[in-house]
Design a binder for this molecule. Structure first.
Ligand code: ADP
Ligand code: MG
Length: 717
């Protein structure tokens, strides 16, 4: 029995040991599983999740950058980048799927482990219950029965029993401890379940985040794709429209080409034709040049002949013109006598002596009437200028004469008249309204310019004064120096004045400078310039030398513009001394002028040029085919009537004189004009001590009403 009990005890002991060891194994398994595999897996999963999150964030960031740069650029580089990103995302997706799969596998494994543990626990609990049941069964009725038997049978057995009970208690305690351990393990298991649930929740959260990130990424990708597609569409549209334009252009060009083709064909044929021409051109050119040369030579020869013929004709025409001119001069008379009546001036004042005594014929500008003491005397001249005549009117009349000076004629223009009759006004004029002198030079400048194509013309001027029969150079540095008139040593019979300065003038400025110099020199040594000027002859001598550029013909013309001294008879005032000498010299020279003109008119063989410095100096310009114009100035005042009549008579007589042929240059020193000429000088009246009007004509009305000239005997003095 005892052995049986012992055997049971041993078996129970073994079972307990086995259970214990199993429990220990299971506890250690659970311990190791809870602290190693599961935690490790969990850590790996967490790390993996973190990494995935980071990658996802990086991808999102790059995607944002890509999105930011996409609108600015839609070219192929970006589409490549986009596709590259998409590939990366696909890889990541795969990785994510792999991780998810691993996670689910791990989860499954964890579930299996937990189930396995639960099963084992169940089995263990069942075994523990069985053990407890077996122990309870062994300890309660059977042990009491054995104890009663043993108390009876053996104290040693009692002792054994006590030992077995002790051991039983010990086992009981051990089972309690095991139970406590199991409770702790259950607690630990609960904890690990909780942790596992937390981990699962975390995994699910991560999965949700992953899903969301994936959704965002996909939508971003879609947006990128859309934008890309839109950009591609736009580019495509643009390219299509450009393509269309290019196509249209191409069609236009094609049409043009089609239309040009015939023209091109024509051009090609023309070109070929031209090429042939060009090939033949040098020969043709040589021929043409030869031919043209011949023609040119021929034309030059012809032109030369024509030119010579023309030159011949020109020379003949020039001669003819000169002949005609001479004839005209002869017909008109070489001396033209004009009269200018000055207007009444403020200085004349009013009074019975200052009445106007001159009247005119409105139908005849060649006559004027002088009314005096109830009689009216008519004077006939070439032309009469009334007081209102302007300087331009006077110049128009003398202009032709001045022009003929360029043609090589010598011309003299005299201003004759008593002092105050307007001689200087007519010759010099005022600065703002110049007279003949300045206008003549201006006119010559104009003519020179006009003829410059055919003629090389030079104009020079001299200014001289004859005072008391002394010739002075007004342009010299020393105007008081006397000048002499000499016969040219070349035997030509021409006169010249050594030392007489000639200044070349080319402009109005030059003239003004020369005139100013002359005026200044004239004023020297004399306090009253006007007085001096009325007692001397002022000469402006203009020389025009020309050379015809075609024929080489040379011409010399001289224009003498003379403002004569006053013609009044000083005898009236009974002057003496130097004043008388002045008057005598003036009268002498004016008489000599009259004598010369008279001698010329009457074709005398000897002309008394030498009787005065004036006539001697002007010898060349008074003889031959020279032209003379006498401007007789008269005052319209009653108080000047005698001088007016004297001047008009002088004028009327010289008007009828003709200049002779050039041969008549000889002169007679002893020639007396007073004896042979009717012209009576004022001086002769002074010398003879009588007051006579020179022989002249006065006018009376005939019964027929016509003008008639009456002899001096008819004039009632
Ligand atoms: P002459 O030189 O004969 O002595 P002037 O030429 O000095 O005379 O003239 C005398 C005055 O008469 C001057 O004051 C001048 O201005 C004036 N005079 C002469 N003729 C005219 C005229 N045609 N128109 C206006 N004033 C004149
Ligand atoms: Mg004067």
């Amino acid at each position: 029995m005892i052995s049986c009990l012992q055997e049971d005890k041993v078996r129970l002991q073994e079972e307990l040991n086995t259970t214990e060891s199993k429990q220990q194994g299971l506890g250690s398994t659970l311990q190791s599983q809870g602290t190693t595999d599961l935690e490790k897996h969990l850590e790996i999963l967490v790390l993996e999740n973190d990494r995935l999150k980071q990658e996802l964030n990086g991808s999102q960031l790059r995607f944002q950058q890509l999105r930011g740069s996409l609108p600015a650029c839609t070219n192929c580089e970006h589409s490549k980048e986009s596709s590259r990103l998409r590939e990366q995302m696909a890889v990541m997706q795969l990785e994510l799927e792999e991780k998810t799969r691993l996670l689910s596998e791990l989860e499954q494994h964890l579930k299996d482990v937990l189930q396995d543990r639960a099963e084992r626990e169940e089995r263990l609990n069942k075994r523990i219950r069985d053990c407890h049941f077996a122990l309870a069964k062994q300890s309660t009725p059977s042990v009491k029965c054995i104890t009663k038997k043993m108390e009876v049978e053996s104290s040693r057995m009692k002792q054994d029993l006590e030992d077995a009970q002790t051991r039983n208690r010990y086992f009981q305690e051990h089972v309690d401890i095991q139970r406590q351990l199991l409770t702790e393990q259950e607690q630990q298991l609960q904890d690990s379940w909780r942790t596992s649930a937390q981990l699962q929740a975390q995994i699910m959260r991560y999965e949700a985040e992953l899903e969301q990130a994936r959704g965002e990424m996909l939508s971003a990708l879609q947006a990128v794709e859309d934008e890309k597609n839109q950009a591609i569409e736009e580019v495509f549209q643009h390219a299509r429209s450009e393509m269309k334009t290019v196509h249209d252009n191409l069609n236009g060009v094609r049409m043009n080409l089609l239309s040009i083709q015939p023209a091109l064909k024509m051009l090609t044929s023309d070109y070929n034709c031209l090429k042939n021409h060009v090939r033949d051109f040098p020969c043709l050119l040589q021929d043409a040049i030869g031919q043209t040369k011949k023609e040119i030579y021929q034309a030059v020869e012809e032109a030369k002949e024509i030119n010579q013929d023309l030159l011949r004709k020109y020379k003949r025409e020039m001669q003819l013109r000169k002949k005609c001119h001479n004839e005209l001069v002869r017909l008109r008379g070489n001396i033209r006598v004009l009269c200018r009546v000055r207007p009444l001036t403020r200085e004349d004042g009013a009074g019975p002596d200052n009445r106007n005594i001159i009247s005119f014929d409105p139908d005849d500008d060649a006559v004027l009437y002088v009314s005096h003491r109830g009689k009216t005397t008519l004077f006939e001249l070439d032309k009469v200028f009334q007081p209102y005549a302007l300087q331009t009117d006077i110049f128009r009349e003398v202009q032709a004469l001045i022009t003929s000076c360029i043609d090589g004629y010598n011309v003299c223009i005299f201003a004759y008249g008593q002092t105050g009759s307007g001689k200087t006004y007519t010759m010099e004029g005022l600065p703002e309204d110049p007279g003949i002198n300045q206008r003549a030079l201006r006119h010559l400048f104009g003519e020179v310019a006009e003829r410059s194509a055919d003629w090389d013309l030079t104009i020079t001027v001299s200014m001289a004064e004859i005072y008391n029969e002394t010739l002075r150079n007004l342009l010299a540095k020393d105007p008081s120096e006397k000048l002499e008139i000499k016969l040219s040593p070349d035997g030509s019979g021409q006169l010249y004045v050594p030392g007489l300065i000639q200044i070349r003038v080319q402009s109005v400025d030059d003239i003004n400078k020369v005139f100013e110099l002359g005026r200044m020199n004239r004023a020297t040594d004399f306090t009253n310039v006007n007085e001096r000027s009325s007692r001397s002859h002022a000469l402006l001598i203009v020389s025009v030398t020309g050379r015809n550029l075609t024929s080489g013909v040379r011409t010399v013309g001289k224009l003498n513009l003379v403002d004569l001294a006053g013609s009044e008879r000083v005898g009236k005032s009974g002057a003496e001394g130097p004043r008388l000498r002045e008057a005598q010299n003036i009268n002498k020279s004016l008489l000599a002028l009259g004598d010369v003109i008279c001698a010329l008119r009457s074709k005398q063989p000897y002309i008394p040029f030498r009787n005065s410095k004036l006539t001697y100096l002007l010898q060349d310009s008074l003889s031959g085919d020279s032209k003379t114009l006498m401007m007789v100035q008269v005052s319209p005042l009653e108080k000047n009537v005698n001088e007016t009549i004297c001047s008009l008579k002088f004028a009327q007589r010289v008007r009828s004189v003709e200049l002779g042929a050039p041969g008549r240059r000889a002169e007679s020193q002893n020639y007396s004009s007073r004896q042979e000429c009717e012209l009576e000088s004022p001086l002769s009246a002074v010398q003879q001590g009588r007051h006579n009007y020179p022989a002249g004509s006065t006018v009376g009305k005939s019964t027929s009403g016509k003008r008639r000239l009456v002899t001096s005997s008819e004039v009632n003095h």
